[in-house]
Design a protein around this ligand. Sequence first.
Ligand code: MG
Ligand code: MG
Length: 258
Amino acid sequence: MLYLKTDEEIALIKESNQLVSKTLAEVARHIQPGVSTLYLDSIAETFIRDHSAVPAFKGYNGFPATLCTSVNDQVVHGIPSKYTLKEGDIISVDCGVILDGWYGDSAYTFPVGNIKQEVKKLIDYTLASLEEGVKEAVDGNRIGDISNAVQTKAESGGFTVVRELVGHGIGKNLHEPPEVPNFGRKGSGHKMSRGLVICIEPMVNMGRKETVQSRDGWTIRTIDGKPSAHFEYAVAVNKGKADVLTTFGFIDEVLNNM
Ligand code: MG
Ligand code: MG
């Protein structure tokens, strides 16, 4: 059984996800060549605690940081480190918070300075695949409708989708049923009802779809060393159209003024 949230609960989950959106925008201000991923992590942790919330990833299954910072061929779960960003890198920043007991979880892939056109295309298609997935998150549809929409859009750009990691339900827990894969058949999987809150998070690779886990026990990389992009929204399934609980509007504001 899937836990359906009330409108009041969804409003609280939205608060939490809006704080994640603002945290990612705060991080965005600092993304430039020469900045370490550990510094970005400290910016995020301070911002979250200043807003009466708790970083959700820190300590989760032993993860050591507030952010997952995944650069270039790192797909997800990169650990912030002394690595300093270089012109032409891309960095996926994944952030989670707990606010008043409710979880928020979102990710955005940023360019560092000027990036290659083909890498820009990868980022654009990954974001577009997320948006295609969101369109399917409506009452009466099935999870596979989201999965298929994401996969179809990503592959139409000549890219591949990661299989080993998936989206998920969210609420009082960071990860709840159902799993939300980024590949699959239309009409398959759980039927969605109004009140289901899920994170849709395509991980899209420029080369092969296969990934490997690094020796640090966390970082997932592409098997061929080619770049990967990742975006994530929390959405509440509704009749006709999903309610997106995340916004990239705060990030856009920052990026447009840099
Ligand atoms: Mg996430
Ligand atoms: Mg997630």
